[in-house]
Ligand binder design. Structure first.
Ligand SMILES: *[C@@H]1O[C@H](CO)[C@@H](O)[C@H](O)[C@H]1NC(C)=O
Ligand SMILES: *[C@@H]1O[C@H](CO)[C@@H](O)[C@H](O)[C@H]1NC(C)=O
Length: 471
């Protein structure tokens, strides 16, 4: 008893000095369903890819990781490729979930490819800005094109197989775009929560967040908004900075000037609510609102308690620490440096407080994110590269109106990303499904008894469409 108490005290002391930037998880939520039917452990392999698919004089190669599972496969059956996006691949997506279930229905061969610069798939020895020029959508989908060619040529029984690409979140955009760009290699696309429209100021993100918190509890939304506004006032008041630094437990004293201020309101605070809504299960928003409203005191007191509960024993880091952490060029499986590079050069997607219909006042504007690009990647990276890249992405890949067939686009109304997605049928062979009341990539898990009826129906509809298009 006594020794246990001492041990926990010790642990708390160690944790208490740890600084923390807790960043929102990227990509689809991890699938938490049990491995129901997997009878075989998926196999890890690598394939050689060129560093630069677009320069014939550059012959350098690197090893891209992928996972395969052939437990359902019968010769001639289709190929199902789950596309890795801005995260590290793992075997669970080939042992459970919607992709696994669909592969079973068609006796298909399952693969999961890792996106260059994420996980442990590194085209270059480090992620210096110079080397990151090989991180682009064009290169990444060319990797997949070569991958398809390779498995068809090298695995017995696949030579004439049809190919289905599946993606979640950014990799769902990739699924749409691969089918669009390489229709001779890919027969069917299934895009779960694809943000296909690139845009610098993605102010709609926090509008959707606001709307969905408000649907659950207007009082909760009002408390967040009022707490934020009280925090802004406190930071201007005599002694307020010291008091708020202590109560929020920031690692360094708050600097109420840019970019520190935007960082505090955005990365340290608003991101908690973004994560809550983006990965909301059926009761998570309600549960967190109950928690927030259950604290005593005024709105600011409640908000601070809620934020502190989220960080646990960790202090809240500041902008300088963030930049220093993500300026490090060593290859690592932390997705934030490569993902921020992609946003700075191809997509934007910056979730600002430009709109009035969100609870965070006007505490983080587009400039904050653009300046972050400069601080992370150098002077060249700013508005011009961002704007050029966004226009290029939309021109090359068709934004909300790509000319595609046999691609299904699925979104949930709770998911803030649906605002950048294809929400209406483009044509009879490019249908859109908008699920009322679910969030990011909810349709990628297996059909379950606990699914709301409209979610189960959407999953079944996807299965029917894939079957139709493979027939
Ligand atoms: C990154 O890698 C390049 C080679 O691609 C090398 O020249 C450079 O020194 C490395 N940078 C750092 C900071 O390690
Ligand atoms: C979505 O669901 C909510 C609550 O379940 C309901 O009130 C609303 O009418 C639904 N919207 C549509 C378009 O079906």
């Amino acid at each position: 008893m006594t020794s246990l108490a001492i041990i926990s005290l010790f642990v708390v002391t160690i944790l208490a000095i740890e600084a923390k930037i807790i960043l929102r998880h990227l990509g689809p939520p991890p699938d938490d369903a049990p491995n129901r039917k997997a009878t075989r452990a998926p196999v890890w392999q690598t394939i050689s890819q060129r560093v630069d698919h677009f320069n014939p004089r550059d012959t350098r190669i690197w090893a891209m990781r992928y996972i395969s599972n052939d437990q359902f496969f019968e010769a001639g059956g289709p190929i199902f490729i789950y596309l890795g996006g801005e995260w590290q691949i793992s075997t669970s997506s080939l042992t459970t979930g919607q992709i696994f279930d669909i592969a079973e229905q068609h006796k298909g061969y399952m693969f999961y490819t890792e996106h260059r610069y994420y996980g442990y798939s590194y085209p270059t020895v480090n992620m210096s800005t110079e080397n990151l020029k090989y991180l682009s959508l064009d290169q990444a989908i060319a990797d997949v094109a070569y991958f398809i060619q390779y498995v068809k040529a090298n695995i017995e029984g696949l030579a004439n197989s049809k190919v289905v690409v599946i993606g979640g979140s950014y990799s769902a955009s990739m699924a749409t775009w691969i089918r669009f760009k390489y229709p001779h290699l890919v027969n069917v696309g299934y895009a779960s929560s694809a943000p296909v429209r690139a845009v610098a100021d993605f102010y709609e993100y926090y509008e959707v967040t606001d709307h969905n918190i408000g649907l659950v509890s207007q009082q909760c939304l009002d408390t967040i908004a009022e707490g934020i506004s009280q925090l802004e006032v406190r930071l201007e008041a005599e002694g307020g900075i010291t008091e708020m630094s202590e109560r929020l437990y920031t690692c360094t004293t708050i600097q109420n000037i840019e970019p520190f201020r935007s960082f505090l309101f955005n990365i340290a605070i608003a991101e908690i609510f973004a994560g809550l809504v983006q990965y909301a299960g059926p009761t998570s928003i309600q549960d967190d609102c109950d928690q927030l409203l259950g604290y005593s005191g005024d709105s600011l007191d409640k908000l601070i308690e809620y934020i502190r509960a989220y960080y646990g024993n960790d202090c809240i880091d500041d902008y300088d620490e963030f930049i220093s952490q993500y300026s490090a060029v060593e290859n690592t499986n932390d997705a934030w440096r490569p993902w921020l590079y992609q946003t700075c050069t191809e997509y934007g997607y910056y979730q600002t407080t430009t709109s009035n219909y969100q609870p965070f006042g006007d505490t983080f504007a587009l400039d904050f994110f653009v300046n972050m690009c400069t601080d992370l990647f150098g002077q060249d990276f700013g508005n011009q590269i961002l704007d050029t890249g966004i226009i290029r992405t939309n021109i090359f890949y068709g934004s909300l109106t790509p000319e595609i067939t046999k691609v299904v686009s699925v979104h949930g109304t709770v998911d803030p990303w649906h605002a950048l997605g294809i929400l209406e049928d483009l044509n009879p062979l490019a249908p859109a499904i908008l699920i009322n009341g679910t969030s990011h990539c909810a349709d990628l898990s297996s059909i379950r008894d606990t699914d709301p009826p409209q979610l189960a129906a959407a999953k079944r509809r996807v299965q029917e469409l894939v079957a139709e298009w493979l027939a």
